[in-house]
Design a protein around this ligand. Sequence first.
Ligand code: MN
Ligand code: MN
Length: 326
Amino acid sequence: MPELLDPSVLLDRALGAYLGFAIGDALGATVEFMRPREIALEYGVHRDIIGGGWLKLAIGQVTDDTTMSLALGSALLQGGSAALVSHAQGDDTLVRSIGDAYVQWLKSRPVDCGNTCQRGILRYLHEGTLQGSFNPGDGGNGALMRNLPAVLATLHDDTAFERLSMAQARLTHHHPLSDSATLGMGRLLRLLLRGATQHACQTWVAQWIGANPTFHITPYRGRATAYVVDTVQTVLHYLTLHDDFEAALIATVNQGDDADTTGALVGMLAGARCGAARLPQRWLQRLQPAIVRAITDQTRGLLMLAQTLHPSLFDPPSTGIPNASF
Ligand code: MN
Ligand code: MN
C-alpha cells in the first residue's frame, strides 16, 4: 500500500467517490424496483441519466442515498475537529448532532426514505436514544448506503472510523449484517482512496468474504434488493468483475431492484478507484449543479477534518520527524 499520498491525488479519488456515488444514485433511480427483464424491455440497456422512475425524478436528481449522506457530512463539518476528537475519546455529542441532522433531513420532506431509516429517526426524535435494540428487520442497506462522509472524516484513524461508522449506523439500524457491511464497505473505500489497484481490491474482497461468508459472491445469485446481503453481493460482484467505472456501473443498475443504492455504492467504490477526473463527463454534467457543489465543498472539508485525527496528533513521534504517512 502506498504510504505517502499526494493531497491532490487523494482529493481526486475522494471526489471521484462522492460524485461517483451521486452519479450511481441518479442513474439507478430510474430503474429502482424494476426486474432486469423489465429494464431490458423498456430501455434495452439503461445507460443514461434521464430521471423518471417510480419517484418521477427530474433529470440529474438524486434520492435519499445522496441527500442523507450530505446530511451526515454537514453534521460532521458543523461539529468540526473538536466534536470529532471528543467522539473519538468517547463523547456522544457528535452522535446527537448526527441524529438531529437526520431529523432535519426527514422534516425536509426527502423524495424517498426507507422504512428502517424512518423508524430509527423517529425513535431518536421521540426517545432521544442513540440506538434501538437488535431488530431482525434491520438488515436493510440504509446505514451502509450513507456512510461515505464518516469514512472521509476518519480516513487516517481506523479506530475512529469504526466508532463513527457504527454510531451513525446504529441510529437507525441495529443488525450484525448491517454492521459488518457498513464496516466492510467502509474499509474497502479506505483502501481504494489510498490507491489500491483492481488486483488488490479483488484480493481484499476475497479475504473479507472469507471472514464474512454470508456475503459470498460465487456464484453470484443475481439478487439486488435492499437486504444488505443482496446489496453487498451485487456491489462486490460488479466492482470486481469490471475495472472500468462505466462498465461496472451500467452492469450494476441493469440488475434493477435497489438499483439507486447498488449504483451509488458501486459508483462510490469505482469512483475512488478511477478518480473524479476520469468520471464520464456525460454523467457528471447531468447531475444537478447544486448537488455537485455541495459534494465538492463537503469532500474538501471532510478531508481537512480528517487531518484532525491524524495519529501523530495523539502519539507524536519521539524522533521529532513529522509523520507524513498514514
Ligand atoms: Mn434512494
Ligand atoms: Mn434505493
